[in-house]
Design a protein around this ligand. Structure first.
Ligand code: BTN
Length: 253
């Protein structure tokens, strides 16, 4: 059972714990529709059966082994064109916590939590409700593999697999929400440059010659930055820079 969080400013003062659900993001949308949600509401589930991932993928997780939850936010102070800053603020919070356990942990663009040479341990799916006036709600879905030891995908791993230890999910949930809140509060205080520079500092493969693939085929280049819209900027071997959206590029490293 996950309790209301005492050490945060506003996140997790209202925690909905579900032993089983399809997707915590979908449950969050249901609560919003029923007008039972407000900024900081969290939905956490022990056994998520139809979890959703980026790019229309599914997010598979074994019962009671991992963290799968959604945070409801109302970033009404931001223009929707700046939404990648929310992504960076959340990613920074997650990465900063897991770096305490695994110093090599990095964010792989846009928001995978990965450990180079081991694999992906977590991901974020942010789904939004916009109105004519701008942002209404952001549902920040976070999935982190903690104690699970077996995975179908060879690219997936967990904190336990890498460290050889098992972890208390409730304690990690509390710490993780605290870190995500810190990132979000920076956003609220307008510390945009700080958020971006932290994100870029720990971005996987930044400034490293790497292999990618796009619609035209494989190519080498190095990640040089992120555009205002959150697209990936890659400097090619000929010195030119190209910009890629989420579905336009695959990492081959
Ligand atoms: C990714 O593809 O990397 C994003 C994965 C996001 C998974 C989380 S688990 C909690 C929340 N509910 C969902 O259905 N998805 C997100």
């Amino acid at each position: 059972m996950y309790k209301i969080l005492a050490n945060t400013v506003f996140l997790g003062k209202d925690v909905h714990f579900l032993p089983e659900c399809h997707s915590t993001n979908d449950k969050a949308f249901q609560l919003i529709k029923e007008k039972k949600a407000h900024e900081g509401t969290i939905i956490i589930c022990d056994h998520q059966t139809l979890g959703k991932g980026q790019r229309g993928n599914s997010w598979m997780t074994q019962k009671g082994q991992n963290l799968t939850f959604s945070i409801i936010l109302r970033p009404v102070f931001m223009d929707i064109s700046e939404q990648f800053y929310l992504n960076m603020a959340v990613s920074n919070g997650i990465r900063s916590l897991f770096q305490e356990y695994i110093p090599m942990a990095r964010v792989k663009w846009p928001n995978d939590l990965i450990v180079p040479d081991y694999g992906k341990i977590g991901g974020v799916l942010i789904e939004n409700i916009f109105s004519e006036d701008g942002w209404e709600f952001a549902v920040v879905g976070i999935g982190i593999n903690i104690n699970q030891l077996e995975f179908q995908s060879p690219k997936a791993t967990s904190l336990a697999r890498i460290t050889g230890n098992q972890f208390d999910l409730r304690e990690l949930f509390r710490l993780l929400v605290t870190q995500v809140e810190q990132g979000y509060l920076k956003l609220k205080r307008g510390k945009w440059a700080e958020i971006k520079s932290e994100y870029l500092h720990y971005l996987y493969l930044k400034d490293q010659k790497s292999l990618f693939k796009d619609a035209r085929g494989e190519f080498e280049g190095s990640i040089s930055g992120i555009s205002k819209e959150g697209k990936l900027e890659i400097e090619l071997e000929n010195g030119l820079m190209e910009i890629f959206g989420l579905k336009e590029i695959v990492f081959l490293n």
